[in-house]
Design a protein around this ligand. Structure first.
Ligand SMILES: *Cc1c(COP(=O)(O)O)cnc(C)c1O
Length: 362
């Protein structure tokens, strides 16, 4: 048996699957999970698909105390003809390794990790929902498991993949959100861990999110952690602005997460010959465009929502309504094209999707 042979233990007590109108996000989990262990002697070894179950860890495991961990998020989609496809999984595994590097976690074999995800999705393929807008969310993550209270990288790890059927992000069509520009808390700083998908970034973002939610805003727009001038991201999405026909997104600077959706949006805009620029942009500059009537659209991009139009921004008490709080033309076109490619109703000109085989070969 090669070290990359994935063993499979079938779940003999499969769960009752939820109705597709009850799904929402990240509440239900499938019958199986993937696990692989790491030790300094054996490297990554013992890849296996086992029944979905709790993991048992020593209370001193480094993950609980110092948060040495990384994660990913991608989706599997069912097309009209019943085929299941992943969207750009190679990009997620590439990013997982970049996060690993920042967090001192040993790199994984990216191609093998994609194969592991495909195999797991294949096993739980009956869990991929097919109601419009639904999908199977894939959550790969790595945790540090060594029991040790010293602050140093763990000697041992587990790479785990779990699957969760998720509902349509927009229940009644794509809908603009209200966003508050965050001027008190910051998500990360240059030199910090912003460009890694690691737990601490999300733990530290909860407070700001809680504060603005009370004021009726759905998300925060993050500014840079040093001068609080430059726009970085919106919630856990990348952000785009259309100004005078040109689409602008903050350039990757070390504190911004390099979204797969962000990259796909840039590729599509270039393909359509719509000018797109990655550069620094301040909140003041954006406000001035708005005052002059030149800010035409704003939207976030991420795996969960794909495209999330921004209808209102509030910054230092000044309210900016964008495109009449309606979904803009480019936002809509990007949303329709990306979801069309994902669900197989649009031609996949960039070869972004990867099919899952229907029958198990093992
Ligand atoms: C995951 C994430 C994104 C979006 O990345 P996608 O690959 O497009 O899903 C953007 N910002 C942050 C902070 C994220 O964690």
């Amino acid at each position: 048996m090669s070290e990359n042979t994935i063993t499979f233990t079938k779940n003999e007590n499969p769960k009752v699957k939820p109705q597709s109108d009850q799904l929402s996000f990240g509440k239900y989990f499938t019958d199986h999970m993937f696990i692989q262990d790491y030790s300094p002697q054996e490297g990554w070894h013992n890849p296996r698909v086992v029944p979905y179950q709790p993991i048992v860890l020593d209370p001193a495991a480094i993950i609980f105390h110092y948060g040495q961990t990384v994660f990913e998020g991608l989706k599997a989609y069912k097309t009209k003809s019943g085929q299941i496809k992943l969207f750009r999984p190679d990009k997620n595994m590439d990013r997982l390794n970049r996060s690993n590097d920042r967090m001192c976690i040993p790199p994984i074999d990216e191609e093998f990790a994609v194969e592991a995800v495909k195999y797991l999705v294949q096993i739980d393929q009956d869990w991929v929902p097919d109601a419009p807008g639904t999908s199977l969310y894939v959550r790969p993550f790595i945790i540090s498991t060594e029991p040790y209270l010293g602050v140093s990288p763990s000697a041992t790890y587990q790479f785990i993949v779990i699957l969760s059927p998720v509902g349509a992000y927009y229940e009644s069509g794509i809908n603009p959100v209200k966003i508050a520009v965050e001027d008190r808390y910051v998500r990360t700083v240059k030199g910090g861990t912003g460009e890694a998908k690691t737990a601490g970034n999300y733990a530290s973002s909860l407070k700001a999110q809680e504060v603005v939610a009370k004021e009726g805003y759905e998300q925060v727009l993050w500014l840079d952690g040093i001068e609080k001038k430059y726009i970085e991201e919106v919630g856990s999405m990348n952000v785009f602005f259309k100004v005078n026909g040109e689409v602008i997104t903050p350039e990757l600077n070390g504190s911004i997460l390099a979204g797969v959706t962000r990259d796909s949006v840039i590729e599509l805009l270039k393909h359509w010959n719509i000018p797109v620029t990655e550069r620094r942009i301040t909140m003041e500059e954006l406000y001035n465009y708005h005052q002059k009537g030149e800010l035409e659209e704003a939207f976030g991009s991420g795996t969960a929502a794909v495209i999330s139009p921004i209808g209102e921004l509030v910054w230092e008490g000044k309210k900016m309504t964008i495109n009449n709080s309606e979904t803009g033309e480019i936002s809509k076109r990007l949303y329709d094209t990306l979801t069309g490619i994902q669900y197989g109703t649009e031609e996949d000109v960039f070869n972004w999707t990867t099919p899952i085989k229907e029958t198990l070969e093992k």
